[in-house]
Design a protein around this ligand. Structure first.
Ligand code: FMN
Length: 328
């Protein structure tokens, strides 16, 4: 069984990848997409998007990190991929699923699912130009408007020479609306000769068991569920090892929230980044935890990092006291 932390632009940056892989359970994570247009990115740009490149492509906890590229100009994507490899990247993933209108307008992401021939050309070009030892994988949705070309797109990725494929089990027009069509992942898995990773709507351990049963895949990618429930991968791995599943209590989560904020401050103090990222995360976590809602309300109107840090410290102390009360 493999668990992969999904690429999520604007949500799962290097700090979130660092935190979630410290909590544990992940075998791999994937960077936010790096968009390739007409230029060739500098080393500085690669390291800004994927700082893990400078740490042997590992997060702090040692989890491997794959670099994801998004674009449609096969030649320039190959030039950029080779540059990323020159600076240290050791695995490349290609994005054929992004639904963002600006990206699609420039012929990137999910819009390519209308042109399996172009997908094949991109994958083959990169595979031919990259050194053999650099794995190349692809990530796709089931189509743009409908699923009629899903198998063709998957075949294009496999026959182009990718060694793995992740399928987010929805079309572009389905956005993030449930349900995810896990049965389509099985169809694709049965049709291609490369390993397939199932993705879409895994928010709980039960969802994980269900996606595996329906898709038949051993490898699962967690996206929003990983952020909403930061110990989801850890729970799944405990279950997989036949251990008792210990869900984190909110005192433990409060410690991770404080660590996350400290890591954000270490990355970019003196601007809005730490407070904005914290609010974004709490805004998502409150779907699963009422305590996250309480904390969100306490920081909602705050702008200064010092004030927020004080609130987080007091909140963690309260949660630890609650835990002690529960033990009495
Ligand atoms: C905010 C956000 C940003 C995303 N950015 C990317 C991205 O950069 N590259 C990519 O391949 N998929 C991206 N995705 C899609 C996810 O990787 C994943 O396929 C999708 O969220 C479905 O999984 P989930 O239901 O577990 O969240 C993004 C999703 C979200 C919600």
């Amino acid at each position: 069984m493999r668990l992969i932390l999904a690429p999520m632009q604007g949500l799962c940056d290097d700090v979130m990848r660092d935190l979630l892989t410290r909590i544990g359970g992940y075998d791999e994570c994937v960077s936010e997409f790096v968009r390739i247009t007409h230029t060739v990115h500098s080393r500085q740009t690669w390291l800004k998007h994927v700082p893990e490149i400078a740490q042997g492509n590992r997060t702090f906890a040692g989890t491997p990190c794959t670099v994801q590229l998004l674009g449609s100009d096969a030649d320039n994507m190959a030039v950029n991929a080779l540059e990323a490899v020159r600076f240290g990247a050791d695995k490349i993933d290609l994005n054929f699923g992004c639904p963002a209108p600006t990206v699609n307008k420039h012929k990137g992401g999910a819009v390519l699912l209308k042109e399996p021939e172009l997908i094949f050309h991109i994958v083959k070009t990169l595979r031919n130009r990259l050194p053999e030892h650099i794995p190349l994988t692809g990530k796709m949705r089931l189509g743009f408007e409908d699923k009629s070309r899903a198998l063709e797109c998957a075949a294009a990725i496999a026959e182009g020479g990718a060694c793995g494929l992740t399928v987010h089990a929805r079309t572009k027009v389905e956005g993030y609306e449930p349900p995810a069509h896990w049965e389509w992942v099985r169809k694709i898995r049965d049709a291609v000769a490369i390993p397939v990773t199932a993705n879409g709507d895994v928010f709980t351990l039960q969802d994980y068991l269900d996606i595996r049963a329906v898709s038949g895949c051993d490898s699962v990618m967690l996206g929003r569920g990983a952020v909403i429930r930061p110990d989801l991968a850890r729970q799944i791995k405990q279950y997989g090892r036949g251990e008792a599943v210990n869900e984190a209590d909110f005192a433990e989560i409060a410690g991770w929230i404080r660590l996350f904020f400290d890591l954000c401050l270490a990355k970019e103090a003196g601007n809005k980044y730490p407070v904005a990222r914290l609010k974004q995360w709490l805004g998502m976590m409150k779907k699963a935890y009422p305590q996250a809602q309480t904390l969100f309300e306490r920081v909602r109107t705050l702008k200064e990092a010092d004030e927020v840090a004080g609130v987080l410290q007091r909140f963690e102390a309260e949660q630890l006291a609650e835990r002690e009360k529960g033990r009495v």
